[in-house]
Design a protein around this ligand. Structure first.
Ligand SMILES: NC(=O)c1ccc[n+]([C@@H]2O[C@H](COP(=O)([O-])OP(=O)(O)OC[C@H]3O[C@@H](n4cnc5c(N)ncnc54)[C@H](O)[C@@H]3O)[C@@H](O)[C@H]2O)c1
Length: 311
């Protein structure tokens, strides 16, 4: 089993990245964090990590990487807002494609021992796929965000094939948990929880019957740790194989937060997928990963965090 001493977490001030930083600090690793704080917060970053504010797409990033030469990189930094990617594809591509090339091309040249990439399943597999979707379903991204995440995967694979850089790409379902930013549009659970805790109105777009596969952040962090310690290279779905509707989430969170109001049903968002769900049997076989946190347990922990921090 490979033993690494130093790690760089890009996007380590964000939701998933900051939990990865915590797990690495617990393992007594030396942790470097790079984040431009565009959606993350410095207060999320463990005081035991070394923080650098910088864009992953900048020349400064390349110089820093050459200076710190980490054993392993967890690449989580990204423009994560799908709707922003529709409005401004160049900016999405600049961060998600150019930023990734910047990192992995340098990583390969300085002999980084492993790159673990936070990718997406939800924005890659077409709605017509048999659900839960396996990795064998060809990616057919229907948004600039999906296209940029898929392109980044391909550049990472290229660095492996041509320059021998080991990697694991993890394609997440819909991740939820404490510290998720409720300002964007991605995390319906964090948006509902924050609005309910504040007593604000809660909107549901369309019928609320649209489903997603919700995976708890601790399970995602464990997938990253297994990807680090295993010697496998490849791409793996990280999801629960279970679909939950927006209406069900609303009901469960309403009860957990004692929210007195009903949801406002608004017009459906054009192009929004009705269903999404990932099959993670490949990750179970290769990495020994499977989700451990039941939805009710994860929602309880998430609601508790929003009650504790936002009121
Ligand atoms: N949350 C999910 O459900 C989900 C699902 C699939 C994939 N992902 C992927 O997981 C990763 C982490 O997402 P998250 O949910 O934690 O989002 P997040 O917004 O909390 O984290 C992203 C972090 O990247 C930073 N960042 C953005 N652009 C940057 C740049 N140019 N340079 C440096 N830092 C930059 C942000 O400030 C933020 O801290 C992303 O790559 C995302 O595409 C997330």
């Amino acid at each position: 089993m490979p033993k690494y001493k130093t790690a760089l977490v890009t996007g380590g001030a964000g939701f998933i990245g900051s939990h990865i930083v915590d797990a690495l600090v617990k393992k007594n690793m030396k942790v470097f964090v790079v984040d431009d704080l565009s959606s993350g917060r410095q207060s999320n970053v463990s005081a035991k990590a070394e923080f650098k504010k910088c864009s992953i797409a900048s020349p400064e990033m390349v110089a820093y990487l050459k200076e710190i030469k980490p054993d392993v990189i967890f690449h989580c930094a990204a423009q994560v807002n799908l709707r922003n990617s529709l409005i401004d594809p160049p900016s999405d591509a600049h961060t998600n494609i150019m930023g990734t090339i910047n990192i992995v091309h340098t990583a390969a040249s300085i002999g980084v021992k492993k790159v673990i990439y936070s990718s997406t399943g939800g924005a890659l597999y077409p709605e017509t796929a048999k659900l839960p979707a396996t990795e064998e379903v060809p990616a057919e991204p229907s948004s600039p965000y999906g296209i940029s995440k898929r392109s980044a995967e391909m550049y990472i694979h290229y660095e492996h094939q041509v320059h021998g850089m080991p990697y694991v790409t993890l394609r997440y379902a819909n991740v939820y948990g404490p510290r998720q930013n409720a300002k964007g549009e991605a995390g319906v659970i964090s948006i509902f929880a924050e609005n309910m805790v504040k007593g604000n109105p809660v909107s549901i777009f369309g019928s609320g019957k649209q489903t997603r596969d919700y995976v708890y952040v601790d399970d995602v962090v464990r997938a990253n740790m297994l990807a680090m310690t295993s010697s496998v290279v490849g791409t793996f779905n990280i999801g629960t194989s279970k679909e939950t509707s927006v209406n069900t989430l609303f009901k469960k969170l309403k009860s957990l937060t004692n929210y007195p109001l009903q949801a406002n049903y608004l017009a459906v968002i054009p192009g929004e997928m009705m269903r999404s769900c990932l099959n993670a049997k490949k990750a179970k076989k290769a990495l020994g990963w499977e989700p451990k946190t039941k939805l009710d347990e994860g929602l309880k922990k998430t609601a508790k965090w929003f009650v504790g921090t936002r009121v």
